[in-house]
Design a protein around this ligand. Structure first.
Ligand code: ATP
Length: 287
């Protein structure tokens, strides 16, 4: 079985508090974009989970998020016949804040549910995925959604109106646990206007959404190239420029295709990982 699984950006990411279990309570507005990893899953006769990936640096062992999701699925359903081969073709850059690993994990949960005829609902798959990572439930649902708690509470909202999203990942990897540690050490946090944002996404109001986009990780995670990337995007007419997730990827939202292409071309001259995307309506699509 083969699927493509979408990257995401955070139109808003606010951190409400640190929980006793060490996790954080989040408020996120999530948006899928049409940048996809392709994941195929099939049964094998070797009685073990085998991971293959076309990209250096992605762990092809039990550390892979796809592997962890497979184990979580088998454990949740007490399945002992665990011989599967997972092949991942990566297009989503790693450690970029756009849920590359989570997309692969979500894809595996989706495929295993079909291959093993377990008929779990998306909600049940989300519960299993949430045990592995906060972005996995959203990666299963996709589209435009509000995500709360540790990412497990998902409410889908109106699709973002048609627009163009330029992603630019500077040459820097951000570790998500380190980003949270930096955030926890801040003395003061400027929180975001969450209520107005809920109103804006409920209405699907492009202008209001763009005005309210924001990410509190920008207060904690240093990305030296961020001002430059934002400057280029703004000069090209971006309606919003914000870092996604724990970074370092910065996205710009454009209502106009030519402006988005202009930003894409200018940034591509300086950075290796630049993408011109559109909002996607689904997290996972069978291919
Ligand atoms: P998020 O936005 O969900 O925080 P991210 O985009 O910042 O995620 P990932 O691409 O998921 O980060 O990768 C984070 C780390 O996880 C990588 O450094 C890599 O070592 C490890 N990893 C495990 N499985 C995968 C996978 N399938 N694809 C990419 N990275 C993976």
């Amino acid at each position: 079985m083969k699927v493509k699984s979408a990257a995401k950006i955070n139109l808003m990411l606010d951190i409400l508090k640190k929980l006793d279990n060490g996790y954080h309570s989040l408020f996120m507005i999530m948006q899928s974009v049409d940048l996809y990893d392709t994941v195929s899953v099939e049964k094998n006769d070797e009685d073990k989970i085998i991971i293959k990936c076309d990209t250096d640096g992605v762990p092809c062992n039990e550390k892979n998020i796809a592997y962890k999701c497979a184990v979580a699925f088998f454990d949740a359903l007490s399945i002992t016949e665990r011989g599967i081969t997972i092949e991942i073709e990566k297009a989503i850059p790693m450690a970029a804040g756009i849920a590359g690993g989570s997309a692969d994990g979500a894809a595996v949960l989706y495929c295993l549910n079909k291959i093993y005829n377990t008929n779990l609902s998306i909600k049940e798959l989300c519960e299993i995925g949430a045990k592995v990572g906060a972005d996995i439930p959203f990666s299963l649902v996709g589209g435009t959604a509000i995500a709360l708690g540790t990412g497990t509470i998902i409410a889908s909202v109106k699709d973002l109106p048609e627009c163009y999203i330029v992603l630019c990942k500077p040459e820097q990897d951000v570790s998500t646990p380190e980003a949270y540690a930096e955030f926890d050490s801040l003395n003061r946090v400027r929180h975001l206007d969450r209520i107005l944002m809920v109103d804006a996404v409920a209405d699907g109001d492009y202008e209001k959404i763009c005005k309210l986009c924001g990410n509190v990780f920008e207060q904690a995670v240093e990305v030296p190239k961020r001002p430059h990337i934002k400057g280029v995007m703004r000069k090209c007419g971006a309606d919003a420029c914000v870092m996604s997730g724990s970074g370092p990827t910065v996205y710009g939202i454009f209502s106009n295709k030519e402006n988005a292409e202009d930003a894409y071309n200018k940034l591509s001259k300086k950075y290796d990982n630049v993408y011109l995307c559109k909002p996607a309506k689904h997290g996972i699509t069978e291919v």
